[in-house]
Design a protein around this ligand. Sequence first.
Ligand code: NAD
Length: 275
Amino acid sequence: MDRLDGKVAVITGAASGMGAATARLFVSEGARVLVTDMDDEKGQNIAEELGDDGDFFHVDVSREEDVASAIVHATSTWGRLDVMFNNAGFGGARGPIESISEDDFDLTVDVLLKGVFFGMKHAAPVMKEQGSGSIISTASVAGLQAGESPHLYTATKAAVIHLTKSVALELGQEGVRVNAICPGVVATPLAHGPLDEERREKFRDRFGRHQPIGRVGEPEDIAQAALFLASDDSTFITGTAMVVDGGANSGRAWHRQSELMTGQGPIKLYRPEGR
Ligand code: NAD
């Protein structure tokens, strides 16, 4: 219960889903957490839930001054910054390539890529001066494999993974680690929209069946990965993109592939005559 004892974290997009689950877990492990989000009401509720170890700060990650001010707020309140979790996100522009407007392109890139860049940019000097810190960004399996997400979502998440590696190379000798998490399908409003409990369960059922591990991800699964990367359990890990997807990105299981090919059960072992 004390893997983050004395540490201070700033989490973007912490009013909901993975960010909120991570804020709760970090505090239960001894951290103080600045919950940041565009959604003031939900963000303040999460911060209140965290008691004296939580605080809320309004941040639109696409605005550099918001991100910079949040980091100043955390360091002036609690004296340090150990973890910067760049997690805020949305689905971004959708549709065929010719239908995407320049404005929608800009908004998508501003939130999903520039927002991460601002978090890294403003956390780095504080952490370098301390000689320690962990910067974590939420990418996606969509950043590793095209096809199941909109064009700009998949492109910006790939860019987050590459930016993570590039910045990790720069900051490693300064004691600052930089990693990304690549979630698969996780039951949050971003994935299933604003659903009631019954429809959320249907979503879990439908997507869970397609996961090798037999269920969808929950926000707490991602929070556990963030805890590992934030804590001193991972001091030799930097520049990585940790996949947390129930095995979905590993490929299609051999028995499913053969079912698809034959329309029947698994293909039997081929035995050459005489063997
Ligand atoms: P969520 O909708 O539950 O939470 C996202 C939070 O980000 C919300 O509170 C929202 O208000 C906030 N936000 C959106 N735009 C913002 C902005 N410009 N500035 C500040 N806050 C903003 O979704 P989630 O699934 O918990 O998403 C967290 C991260 O995980 C995102 O980066 C998302 O792309 C990524 N992700 C999600 C899934 C999934 O299946 N849910 C899979 C892979 C990656």
